[in-house]
Ligand binder design. Structure first.
Ligand code: AMP
Length: 200
């Protein structure tokens, strides 16, 4: 399955992506984690990205898209992936669609983790990552509202909205139930298509 996870910073996407990726047998691809690895490894890409991460700003698309393109070309994503943190804008979503279409693929579903803003801010303040200061948190939430939330209507037809408050396991169970239903529908559809009589 080819999946995208969407939710405000602090919605628990990373935690959920790890659980869902294991359950579905697909790799968890987090652009935030990829950037942090580059920053930690002091690669040229990391040196370019660091100031944006520290400010809670979006890394420019040329850097981000190239990194995603390279990651999605790796063989472990051949059977699918769970994208966490990408796309964050409709322009990135267009790039993703093109990338997939070039291989004859498309997204199966987009999972939205819906959490009230005061809950995510509280969580982030307790998490203590270097980009989790009050000011940077506010900035990241504002970017989510203005740049990323428009993806919810962009992906309207693929959207599975999960209320992401409460125990981690309950949230994962809800998301998995919804994803299994998508997978079954897709399999039923492809079986029907392969057994249907051909039009002459
Ligand atoms: P995250 O771990 O998803 O919260 O991402 C941490 C930071 O990495 C963000 O605040 C951005 O600076 C950067 N980042 C992650 N994904 C993207 C993306 N798709 N586009 C631009 N910047 C990103």
């Amino acid at each position: 399955m080819r999946l995208v996870l969407i939710g405000p910073p602090g919605a628990g996407k990373g935690t959920q992506a790890a659980i869902l990726g294991t359950a579905l047998g697909i790799p968890h691809v987090s652009t935030g984690d990829l950037f942090r690895e580059h920053v930690g490894g002091r690669t040229p890409l990391g040196r370019r990205a660091a100031e944006y991460l520290d400010a809670g700003a979006l890394v420019p698309d040329d850097v981000t898209n190239a990194m995603v393109r390279e990651r999605l070309a790796a063989p472990d994503t051949g059977q699918g992936f769970l994208l966490d943190g990408f796309p964050r804008t409709t322009a990135q979503a267009d790039v993703l669609a093109e990338l997939l279409a070039a291989d004859g693929h498309r997204l199966d579903a987009v999972v939205e983790f819906d959490v009230p803003e005061d809950v995510v801010i509280e969580r982030l303040l307790n998490r203590g990552r270097t980009d989790d200061t009050a000011q940077v948190i506010r900035h990241r939430q504002q970017i989510y509202r203005s740049q990323t939330a428009p993806l919810l209507s962009y992906y309207e037809e693929l959207l599975l909205t999960i209320r992401a408050t409460g125990p981690v396991e309950d949230i994962a169970e809800q998301a998995l139930d919804a994803l299994y239903a998508v997978r079954e529908r897709r399999e039923a559809w492809s079986t029907a298509r392969s057994t249907a009589p051909r039009a002459t």
